[in-house]
Design a protein. Structure first.
Length: 346
């Protein structure tokens, strides 16, 4: 089967062919997101016209593409896979015309794709609307479905399947998942770059059977991080900052032949935002506030110590909006060598 030239174009053809069904979403904050964020602002066509991609920008502690340091919600909640954003008349017209020309002129393009994109163009050019509502450019904007860039391979990202629609300035778009500061906060949740959770251990390289191993995370290396998601397009100017603050560290020794301190394996954050306590001379007979005691040697191999941080997530946004988001976790593993204590018989 022939494919439409670009992923964004396939979305339109799939919509017209009935491949997608509009799924109910979660209703967000009252519209408008905050007073004064919409108006009679004209937006020139963007350089990526021809593709319906999100205009949301991210700043702060943003993880790089392909990074595996994704924070995982403790519940079955997930950041939004798609949402609706406004586009100016000029932007939307350029998108449709570029999509139409490329689809029609692509060698080997399937006839059904050409027909579908032609039908789509007709809706806004000469059908239900005239010339993309060009005579009303100062009165409103087109709202379009976009995918979360981090979830384009997730089937949920196709749930925003409503065809582009016209909304007058300051009117409620009337759809679930219309972009708001809360939607931006939830998108920023998924974009946060978390610090490495490798804990400092003493002994550092190898520990001994039945010898308490101290574990800690220093405040200077382990602190709260945040990401700001912003959208300034077609008269809509909103943003939200999502902040992750460490709460606790959970240690999983990698074997049942071990004990953790405390017994639950969960080390709470200290008053100075550190976790655990650094080992120092004179503490060899003390029980670490955060640590492990292995009861059996790792032999010729190692144990996989898993250190998982639980993060408290909150957000603030345009117009004084804000609140809490589900706690998240992020963990890594490190190799631990456990040796038998050697004794010398005389």
């Amino acid at each position: 089967m022939h494919a439409v030239a670009a992923r964004g174009r396939f979305l339109t053809v799939a919509l017209l062919s009935g491949a997608l069904v509009l799924a109910p979403g979660t209703a967000f904050a009252d519209w408008p997101p905050s007073a004064g964020t919409q108006g009679d602002t004209k937006q020139s066509a963007s350089s990526d016209a021809g593709r319906l991609v999100s205009k949301v920008t991210y700043s702060g502690s943003v993880r790089s593409a392909g990074s595996n340091s994704v924070i995982r919600p403790v519940s079955d909640w997930t950041p939004p896979a798609c949402w609706y954003e406004p586009r100016s008349v000029a932007e939307f017209k350029k998108y449709v015309e570029s999509m139409y020309e490329e689809t029609i002129n692509t060698p080997g393009q399937a006839n059904y794709a050409k027909a579908a994109v032609g039908q789509f163009r007709d809706i806004y050019k000469d059908g239900e609307y005239k010339d993309y509502n060009g005579d009303k450019a100062d009165e409103g904007n087109w709202w379009v479905a976009v995918q979360n860039p981090d979830r384009v391979d997730d089937p949920a990202s196709w749930e925003c399947s409503k065809l582009p629609f016209w909304v007058k300035n300051n009117d409620d778009p009337g759809v679930d998942q219309a972009v708001t500061p809360k939607v931006l906060a939830e998108a920023a949740y998924n974009a946060i770059q978390l610090p490495d959770t490798k804990v400092t251990l003493a002994p550092e390289d190898a520990t001994k059977v039945n010898l308490p191993t101290w574990a800690w995370l220093d405040k200077a290396k382990f602190k709260e991080v945040s990401v700001t998601a912003a959208l300034n397009v077609a008269g809509l100017n909103i943003q939200a900052t999502t902040t992750a603050k460490p709460l606790s560290l959970k240690l999983e020794p990698g074997t049942s032949d071990a004990e953790t301190y405390p017994a639950s394996g969960v080390c709470k954050i200290n008053g100075n935002d550190s976790i655990g306590e650094p080992y120092a001379k004179g503490k060899s007979d003390q029980t670490p506030p955060c640590g492990i005691r292995y009861l059996r040697s790792s032999g010729n191999g190692t144990y996989k110590l898993k250190a998982t941080i639980t993060w408290q997530i909150d957000w603030t946004g345009t117009g004084g909006a804000g609140g809490d988001l589900p706690y998240g976790t992020f963990g890594t593993t490190q190799d631990i060598t456990v040796q038998e204590i050697q004794s010398v018989n005389r």
